[in-house]
Design a protein around this ligand. Sequence first.
Ligand SMILES: Cc1cc2nc3c(=O)[nH]c(=O)nc-3n(C[C@H](O)[C@H](O)[C@H](O)COP(=O)(O)O)c2cc1C
Length: 355
Amino acid sequence: MTTLFDPVNLGDTALANRIIMAPMTRSRAGPGDVPTSLMADYYRQRASAGLIITEGTQPSAEGKGYLRTPGIHSADQISGWRDVTDAVHAEGGRIFLQIMHCGRIASGLNKDPAAQTVAPSAIRARGEIMTEQGMMPFDEPVALETRDIPRVIREFADAARNAVAAGFDGVELHCTSGYLPAQFLSSGSNHRTDGYGGSSSNRIRFVVESLEAMAAAIGAGRVGFRICPGNPFNDIWDEDPAETYGALLRAVSPLDLAYVHLIDVPSPQVSSLNLLKHNWRGRTVLNESLSRKKAEELISGGVADAVSFGRPFIGNPDLVERFRNGAALASFDPATLYTPGPEGYVDYPALVAVN
Ligand SMILES: Cc1cc2nc3c(=O)[nH]c(=O)nc-3n(C[C@H](O)[C@H](O)[C@H](O)COP(=O)(O)O)c2cc1C
């Protein structure tokens, strides 16, 4: 029977176990959105995960939405990430970079004043975002011109190339949680009348072309993508997620990517696991509120090739070891999730050795 602790290959990357650290924004990047030595410490502490998927990282100044998120579009950022990947590899770990373009989920206050906030359509998302000046409404985005879309796709491919230059084993494209790819996929945020809007086959085009470009840049076996059909987070709405995501999975399957990473949230509109079963050929990573027991069932039942944990990794840098030993899990302090500095970040201890 396959267990959480068995090795698995995701595309070109060999994982020592099937317990993945899910991507988590922690807002600790330094000036210039450059990864810091603190971030290298944080990821090093968690390197016993079969694979770490980093926090969402912007491919361009335009793609930044939140405070203090790192980038992968400047030489200094690539060099900062190199220290992170070296630290993880020195511990025998594997690490993918999550590429996150926030699109309209952004405030101009959080990014380079020259960088615009863009989206498929000029529709402002309802809600607010944290800035240095407190909570602010999301920006009114500028609709991308059709002629600008190849540039944005090229930036994803460049980001993938930069990630490999920084020593990453691969990249994951963030296609959920209301960010730019999800904005294109969803009928509520995509009112375009060109080839990137309208029918589901048009709305998936941006994501398919982005993944194709990333695969062409660094090899399909180094590229994964993350979805969450029916997820309303960040004011996203789609009239028929089963249709949209079914079409997406069928279009992407032949690319032979490393994996799909599914956040399986209950939705009245769609059963994501059914969708995957009927439309996806390839490796599957499953996420969302998993217990060790549930994760084990998903792996032994062949529903998932690997599972990812987010919040449990915050307070338990040695989560894999704790699962192995059946040890209790530590909690974390929500107040320090996004605060700068080491507190609530690198100060959660590993379990003292058990005998
Ligand atoms: C503090 C925090 C930051 C997160 N940031 C990201 C992110 O940058 N990219 C992403 O895809 N998901 C992000 N997520 C979602 C997690 O990857 C994961 O899907 C979620 O926490 C559910 O998994 P869990 O129940 O194991 O925590 C974040 C979650 C948390 C708690």
